[in-house]
Design a protein around this ligand. Structure first.
Ligand code: C2E
Ligand code: MG
Ligand code: MG
Length: 724
């Protein structure tokens, strides 16, 4: 049951009302002389009672005779002339009769106030309500002489009152048992006047007691409460307000509150309906989190990152404080994902985001914006030092191994950084700038960071243009091949050649492979380029063969990317077949890095090439990912010692290394070629330590096909001359 709460300030009013009532009663019961001229009194009374709608009665206590006016008889439904009290009593409803009798007696005995309401039963059986009031007056001797009073039919008033009470009860029970909390409060002192059952339960959940409580105790969100109160007092009704309160166990509970001013027990009170909307708020929060976070790692997603960037820019514009945007790309994620499977890859991403979270401040934002790409908004950092320290900390942290399913693996990362406000722009532009810096960081060997600046932007854009031009170059035949002869170390006669690609850019002129090969590899265009070179070289060989010119074996460089794509065999043998050239005329140069991505596939393709009669040369030996174990597993015929060893042979260490490489190669039955021979001293040294062939600017730069042809024709002539 809902509960009326004790009134606190209306006691005075009640007392006043009581005073007034007793004054009226006193006036009514004033002692006066008993009417002596009964006829006169009767006439006056009849007139008065007709007008007032009630009857009167007079009971002479000394004689016992009772006189009821005609109106009084009409009210009771008895015949006029009845003069005995018992006859009157007989008209009273049987259930009320005893009490009426007792009340009359009590008045006669003790002068208790006589004002009673009771039911009567009229002769036709109809039950009606009457009200009878009266008092006893004393005679000259002071003894009770006359008991007189009035009687009126109050059926209408009683029924109206009953109906009112019934409807109030109905209304109350509706509110009492309403499935939502209702509270009635008094705005003047903010006290609680009424709480329904649901509200009582809610108070229990909140750990509060209705008796001692005032509204502010309930509303911890004072700002919203004051707004609601102001609206209520100003307009008498409020909009829907939502505020959170704290449950006894400390968890938040969300309430929707609507209020209006009503009259409650005679004074203006606030009628507040409260709805528990916690579930809806929690769902909204869940949806908000889903919309703003990455489902795998729980960190912010791209959309949220852009929002946060927008916000960080506006804060920075107001406060002059800078922030940095760091874009991170995991260096080894693809390898982990490919070799260990997606579920391990996923775990690595989760662990990475956790580690990143630990490294930044609470006010910073960590987001995952792509497969293995993360972003961080680092606030309150100075332009270079602070951000560099943070970037290095992240690189170091991600270089530490993660233990996933008991296996240690490292993610490693490269970072590109843009800084606001030094690097101007909107969120998209900042992302682009950081991305350019990341592009450069990856280009510079990964595991490092790059800060964006205009210079970097120019360089990166130039590179991007080259990438674009490279695609066009392949379609418009801008590539050609130069040949660099290889010479026999002893005789210094040209005995073989290496085909080297050249790009004749329509605006920029000749572009070095050192510039375009990495871009071609990154974009995968190197496969198409490899096919173009193969076709040129093999068609040249076919032509020389037709002309009866023996140029010796010609090597082509095959990129690790081409090998990884798995189409090298088809491309090489297909081209040889197309031009009807035997495999022995072609050699393939591969670097050891070819073995890094997928050793098994690379070595089986290399073996198949060798099995098909093509000689394999290991290029740039001694650089990059050199591992002697590869030598063992590689099917190879020749080893090309990298130019860096050759050009430094005057230094003791390089000389020792060159010697060692030659001896290892020899022990594996490999032919040894010295690359980049530029001086006679280098040529002599490399020859002396056992190299079979020499290649370098000393003996010949890469030359165009006709020059190479002439070189070889001259050699052929010299051989023929010798024989003759
Ligand atoms: P590489 O295969 O090691 O080729 C030898 C490079 O050394 C050539 O550079 C050549 O011009 C240069 N070189 C030769 N002798 C000397 C010398 O005495 N001194 C100096 N400083 N350099 C010398 P190039 O033509 O610029 O090629 C650079 C690299 O680009 C090549 O190194 C090769 O890895 C790659 N490359 C060239 N053409 C192709 C191609 O058709 N396909 C692929 N995949 N890579 C190619
Ligand atoms: Mg080469
Ligand atoms: Mg080389």
């Amino acid at each position: 049951m809902g509960r009326r709460l004790p009134r606190r300030k209306n006691q005075r009013k009640i007392a006043k009302r009581r005073e007034r009532t007793s004054a009226i009663a006193a006036a009514q019961t004033q002692e006066g002389p008993v009417f002596e001229d009964v006829a006169f009194a009767k006439a006056g009374l009849e007139l008065a009672e007709r007008q007032a709608g009630y009857g009167a009665w007079f009971w002479n206590l000394q004689t016992g005779s009772l006189y009821m006016t005609p109106n009084a008889c009409a009210v009771l439904g008895i015949e006029e002339g009845v003069s005995a009290f018992d006859d009157i009593l007989a008209a009273i409803h049987e259930e009320d009769r005893e009490e009426v009798s007792a009340r009359v007696q009590a008045h006669l005995d003790a002068r208790e106030a006589y004002d009673l309401a009771c039911r009567i039963r009229r002769p036709d059986g109809e039950v009606r309500w009457i009200r009878s009031r009266g008092h006893v007056s004393a005679g000259a001797d002071g003894a009770p002489a006359m008991f007189a009073g009035s009687i009126e039919d109050t059926t209408y008033q009683v029924e109206t009152l009953n109906e009112l009470q019934r409807s109030e009860l109905r209304f109350r029970s509706l509110i009492d048992s309403a499935p939502f909390p209702v509270v009635i409060t008094r705005p003047s002192d903010r006290s609680l006047r009424y709480v329904n059952e649901s509200m009582a339960e809610l108070l229990e959940v909140l750990g509060k007691s209705a008796d001692t409580l005032s509204v502010p105790d309930l509303m911890s969100d004072t700002a919203t409460y004051e707004k609601l109160r102001a609206q209520l007092l100003a307009k008498g009704v409020t909009e829907n307000f939502e505020m959170s309160v704290e449950r006894a166990d400390g968890t938040p509970l969300w309430l929707l509150i609507k209020g209006l001013i009503i009259d409650y027990e005679g004074e203006p009170c606030a009628y507040l309906i409260l709805l528990d909307v916690t579930e809806r708020r929690e769902l909204e929060e869940k949806l908000r989190v889903q919309a703003t976070s990455d489902s795998l790692t729980g960190v912010a997603n791209r959309a949220e990152l852009l929002d946060q960037l927008e916000f960080a820019i506006s804060v920075s514009n107001r406060t002059d404080e800078g922030f940095a945007l760091l874009l991170l790309d995991l260096d080894n994620f693809k390898m982990v994902n490919d070799t260990r499977g997606h579920s391990v890859g996923d775990k690595l991403l989760v662990e990475t985001s956790k580690r990143l979270h630990e490294l930044v401040r609470n006010t910073d934002t960590v987001a995952r914006i792509g497969g293995d790409e993360f972003a961080i908004i680092a606030r309150h950092l100075d332009q270079t030092h602070g951000v560099s320290v943070l970037a290095q900390k992240i690189i170091d942290a991600l270089a530490e191994p993660f233990y996933i399913d008991g296996i240690a693996m490292t993610a490693g990362c490269s970072i590109g950084i843009a800084h606001y406000p030094w690097d101007k722009g909107d969120p998209e532009l900042l992302m682009q700038n950081a991305d350019l810096a990341l592009y450069r960081a990856k280009d510079e060997g990964r595991g490092c960071f790059q800060l964006f600046d205009e210079e970097l932007s120019r360089a990166v854009h130039e590179r991007m243009h080259l990438e674009h031009d490279l695609r066009i170059a392949l379609d418009t035949d801008q590539f050609f091949v130069m040949y660099q002869p290889r010479f026999d170390a002893e005789t210094r006669e040209p005995v073989a050649g290496e085909a080297l690609a050249r790009w004749n850019h329509p605006d920029k002129g000749l572009i070095s492979p050192g510039l375009f090969i990495p871009i071609a590899e990154e974009t995968g265009l190197v496969i198409d380029l490899g096919r173009v070179v193969l076709d040129r070289v093999v068609s040249d060989i076919a032509r020389w063969r037709e002309e009866g010119l023996n140029v010796g074996p010609m090597s082509v460089n095959i990129s690790p990317i081409h090998l990884a794509a798995g189409c090298v065999l088809e491309d090489v043998f297909g081209t040889l077949k197309k031009h009807n050239v035997p495999a022995q005329c072609l050699q393939v140069e591969v670097t050891e890095s070819a073995m890094i991505t997928d050793e098994e596939s690379a070595s089986s393709q290399i073996k198949a090439l060798a099995d098909g009669g093509i000689e394999i040369l290991i290029d740039d030996f001694g650089t990059g990912y050199s591992s002697l174990s590869y030598l063992h597993r590689f099917t190879a015929h020749e080893l090309k010692i990298d130019r860096s060893f050759v050009s430094n042979v005057h230094e003791a260490t390089s000389a020792i290394l060159a010697r060692q490489i030659v001896s290892i190669g020899k022990s594996l039955n490999l032919k040894i070629v010295a690359e980049g021979v530029e001086t006679d001293a280098q040529a002599d040294f490399m020859t002396a330590i056992g190299c079979d062939e020499l290649q370098g600017f000393l003996l010949s730069r890469p030359i165009k096909a006709p020059d190479f042809e002439t070189l070889m024709r001259d050699r052929q002539a010299r051989i023929l001359a010798k024989k003759a």
